[in-house]
Design a protein around this ligand. Structure first.
Ligand SMILES: C[S@@+](CC[C@H](N)C(=O)[O-])C[C@H]1O[C@@H](n2cnc3c(N)ncnc32)[C@H](O)[C@@H]1O
Length: 297
């Protein structure tokens, strides 16, 4: 922690609950330029709350002091990633919007299995990408579905990439440790197979995804605002769910265009259920609820 960050809050002092309009504008502009996330005035109270927690952690007495540190004392370089981490909304769940996983299990993979290219030990690897993966729940849900399918279809190979702009979320995803309550949407059978629970006295109430699934998932930090995504262009399924909703329409369109170019012919793009209009606006062929399929295969 830098000396500036170490400035201690007087013991017992309460925070001034003030994020000035000017500081909010500076933060909002920075966040929007870098991440695409729009922060309209209505989000000021939410942003203030999140900045307050960060300010407190860094030892600043007020949000205003923290903002001065960022913008007037050169603290931004060191704090930038933390700022991104605090302003991103990382809400996620296992089996969130479960229809997509049913579609993967019952339609997409069986269709792929009908093609000689993915069958048997010499078959190619099915590639899946959780493009705003948060803490990894979406990627590990996908892994559970794929692992079940692989159990029933010997030789089925798959690999899952998880990317997110928040390095804190990428760290959590790699660790794959969750509060047990978060695993509630996972069926008992799958929990038995794919989740390790600490038992006995002193157990932490947390659970970890088994190594077999962790090995199939590779998490990397990536900004969807980048012009080029350094990944393959023959991906079978891209999940881009519940992140575009935070972007301006032109950013949504550009991200969808770039992701679409990473799909192989016949590949699928899944958007959040409340985001399907972004796909239809782009003229993508919709084959199920918020699922779009690239032609040509
Ligand atoms: C609400 S979570 C959605 C997680 C998951 N896809 C789901 O539907 O449960 C949105 C995620 O998008 C990420 N995100 C926001 N802006 C991003 C950007 N420019 N590039 C990459 N990830 C971004 C956030 O860090 C956050 O983890």
């Amino acid at each position: 922690m830098s000396t500036a960050l170490a400035r201690a809050r007087p013991h017992g002092a309460s925070f001034e609950s003030e994020l000035s309009a000017a500081d909010f504008s500076r933060v909002a502009a920075l966040v929007s330029d870098h991440t695409g996330i729009k922060l309209p005035a209505a989000k000021r109270v939410m942003v203030e709350g999140r900045l307050r927690r960060r300010a407190s952690l860094c030892g600043f007495a007020t949000v205003s002091d923290y903002c001065s540190h960022l913008f007037d004392s050169g603290g931004l370089d060191q704090e930038f990633q933390h700022l991104v981490d605090v302003v991103t909304t990382n809400k996620t769940d296992f089996f969130r919007e479960p229809g997509h996983f049913t579609y993967l299990e019952e339609v997409i993979v069986p269709t792929l299995m009908g093609k000689a290219a993915v069958r048997g030990s010499s078959g190619r690897t099915i590639k899946l990408w959780s493009a705003a993966s948060s803490n990894g729940a979406e990627a590990y849900t996908t892994a559970m579905v794929m692992a079940d399918l692989a159990r029933n279809h010997g030789g089925l190979r798959y690999a899952i990439l998880g990317t997110d702009i928040s390095s804190a979320m990428i760290d959590q995803a790699r660790l794959a440790i969750y509060p047990q309550a978060m695993l509630d949407p996972v069926s008992d059978e799958r929990r038995k197979r794919y989740v390790m629970v600490e038992q006995g006295k002193g157990a932490s109430g947390r659970a970890r995804i088994v190594p077999e699934l962790r090995r199939q998932c590779n998490f990397q930090a990536m900004n969807l605002m980048d012009d080029v995504y350094p990944y393959d262009h023959d991906v079978d399924v891209i999940l881009m769910r519940n992140a575009l909703i935070y972007f301006e329409a032109d950013v949504q369109d550009a991200v969808v265009r770039r992701l679409w170019s990473h799909l192989r012919p016949g590949g699928h793009l899944m958007l959040g259920h409340s985001e399907s209009m972004i796909g239809t606006r782009a003229g993508l062929p919709q084959v199920s609820n918020a699922v779009f399929r690239k032609g040509g295969a």
